[in-house]
Design a binder for this molecule. Sequence first.
Ligand code: AMP
Ligand code: TRP
Length: 326
Amino acid sequence: MKRLLSGIKPTGDLTLGNYIGALKHFNEMQKEYETFVFVADLHALTIYNDPKVLHKKIRDLIAVYLACGLDPKYTTLFIQSENVYHANLSWVFECNTYMGEAARMTQFKEKSKNNENVTVGLFTYPMLMASDILLYDADVVPVGIDQKQHVELARNIAERFNNKYGETFKIPEPVIPKTGAKIYDLQDPTKKMSKSDDNNKGCIILLEDPEIARKKIMSAVTDSEMSIKFDPEHKPGVSNLLTIYSSLKNISIQDAEKEFEGSNYGTFKKRVADVVVELLNNLQSKYKEVIEGDTIDKILDESNKKVREIAKSKVEEVFTKVGVGR
Ligand code: AMP
Ligand code: TRP
């Protein structure tokens, strides 16, 4: 069975963008692949987080993973920092990545623009991500479009290492979802729906009151026409709502367009809001069950043993190959 690996940072609030761009796909793919999904808590440290808040978010994310349908029968769920080998391997990768290629990472360029508080960690973060992926010989890495470049860097690092030191790492493939690779802000549909964004009106948060989410969809920005057509360039608001709808209903964009032929924007938005509210209701009731129960620690204890063993043997192989240690 091929391996799938992906992770999410436990910062900010998880959004509908995270669900459609990531969580939903992990859930759908877990039976086809040997799946590893983790909480990228070390990645959260690239910026300052209140430690108490961070601590809570890590547990919350595990609960959301479970609430979204990730099943420990198929998926190994773990917390990155609980497996020390991620940071070990990352150092070796930092020493095998050129400044120029790291400096080309779009996300780094964007986040460091006009920002005097950029940490070295923000710069080297893609090497930690490469380590997350390559430690487990992942075949596929489902991510939103914004993370594709980082997976490509991981491929380059793997290829370079294999050439220099002999076959060691599998070359991973990024998997970008066909629909919903990028969900946009409801108020400014040219911008990504993002959990770190202050304008809450444009962003659906997975654990917020579903009726608030309904209002946000109802007041989403559209356009002055009356046609429900997928045309991201000229109709970004309507196209975004069509993407959300088709993705949550598991239908094609074309079928969604047909469904709304002749409808007005009010009816359209109401139907989109209904599917979003249904998703949030289901997700939140499962989340509540999990966060109040005692299964989380049992699941993590078990998966911990498994991931440490896999990672330990990989790091030992790498250390031997590069010539460090005894
Ligand atoms: P992040 O929230 O940046 O840690 O991202 C976690 C995962 O969710 C990554 O695979 C992202 O690409 C994906 N993601 C985050 N926001 C969106 C969005 N607005 N649309 C689609 N995917 C997203
Ligand atoms: N960098 C990813 C993000 O911000 C999270 C992440 C960390 C990740 N390590 C990963 C995703 C490994 C896929 C595989 O969204």
